[in-house]
Design a protein around this ligand. Structure first.
Ligand SMILES: [Zn+2]
Length: 331
């Protein structure tokens, strides 16, 4: 079981422990989650300043990712979750050829760093030891939780990352909500409680969607925006919804973070062929022969697994090196 009733009983204590930043954030996101009422001064600050905390970056790769986010997206990364996206995800159905996380108003559809009262903090660090604590908000159905557990199980069986229920003691953790604001996440560990939204049922229908958002939280971006993607796919700009062209902007070569993994058409981080289409025609098609499906969400590709394990190789190794429990007495 993922969420026991005792975990749900924690909600009020957890809400009190989260501090005003997340309380304000959740009120903006959903209007009411059973959290204490916010006073006007609890409203989030406008996104007017980028703050970077260098000490939170654990390695050079995290620095590269942060610089990429800053240079390529800037202030557009910051915003508030919106119900217009939620409405589109409510209407989404499996089998339509578009993934629910491609329906958002957010950067590239589903990347969002919500502001807090502490201001804008574009951190994007690894999770120490490869351990990601998470708190599941009440309200997910049994079906949602079953698929969530399947996603967690694939992380645990295939990668070195470990998702552990929030104990109330960790300072950095995911708060996984199911507001009507679509599917979205920040990229990497931002510090403090960090919201990730999986609108139910749209974002919980496919295990690959849950894996996708958790991969953003772990520190990954979309596959089709790799710097060298034009060798592998054709972007059909004439079919892209007006104003959504930036979602298809490739990364600069300097900021690449492919971890030596070849371009991966089968990645759960790849857009579907009709993502952000204005006319039902494909916005992105493969150049390689024999590639039939882009943007599958059945589950991790081999490339996804390898990329996660390479990004976290040294981070997870630090966990393995740590003593797990006090040594038992020697005879
Ligand atoms: Zn995404």
């Amino acid at each position: 079981m993922i969420a026991s009733s005792s975990q749900y009983c924690l909600s009020r204590n957890v809400a009190l422990a989260l501090g005003p930043a997340l309380v304000a954030l959740l009120l903006v996101a959903s209007g009411s989650d059973g959290f204490p009422a916010a006073s006007p001064e609890d409203a989030p600050l406008p996104p007017n300043e980028l703050m970077f905390a260098e000490e939170d970056y654990e390695d050079e790769e995290a620095n590269i990712l942060r610089e990429r986010l800053q240079s390529e997206y800037g202030m557009s990364l910051f915003g508030v979750p919106d119900n217009q996206t939620g409405q589109r995800v409510t209407e989404w159905q499996d089998g339509t050829g578009i993934n629910p996380e491609e329906l958002g108003e957010y950067v590239e559809g589903d990347i969002l760093f919500p502001p807090s009262r502490n201001g804008i903090r574009l951190q994007s660090a690894r999770w120490p030891g490869g351990v990601i604590p998470y708190y599941l908000s009440p309200g997910f159905t049994g079906y949602d939780l079953q698929n969530f557990q399947r996603a967690i199980n694939s992380y645990h069986s295939l990668t070195c990352l470990r998702f552990v229920p929030y104990s109330g003691r960790e300072s950095d953790y995911l708060v996984i909500t199911n507001d009507n604001t679509g599917c979205w996440s920040a990229v990497g560990r931002t510090g403090g409680p960090q919201q990730l939204n999986l609108q139910s049922p749209g974002c919980t229908t496919l295990v690959g969607t849950i894996e996708h958002e958790l991969m953003h939280a772990a520190g990954f971006l979309h596959e089709q925006n790799r710097w060298e993607r034009d060798r592998y796919v054709t972007v059909h700009w004439q079919n892209i919804q007006s104003g959504r062209e930036a979602n298809f902007r490739p990364a600069s070569r300097e900021s690449t973070d492919d971890y030596g993994i070849a371009y991966d058409y089968g990645s759960v981080m790849h857009y579907s062929a009709n993502a952000f289409s204005k006319n039902g025609q494909p916005t992105i098609t493969p150049k390689a022969a024999g590639v039939e499906l882009l943007g599958q969400r059945r589950g991790f590709s081999q490339g996804d697994v390898e990329k996660i394990n390479r990004m976290y190789k040294h981070v997870c190794a630090r966990r393995s090196a740590a003593p797990k429990s006090p040594k038992s007495p020697q005879h």
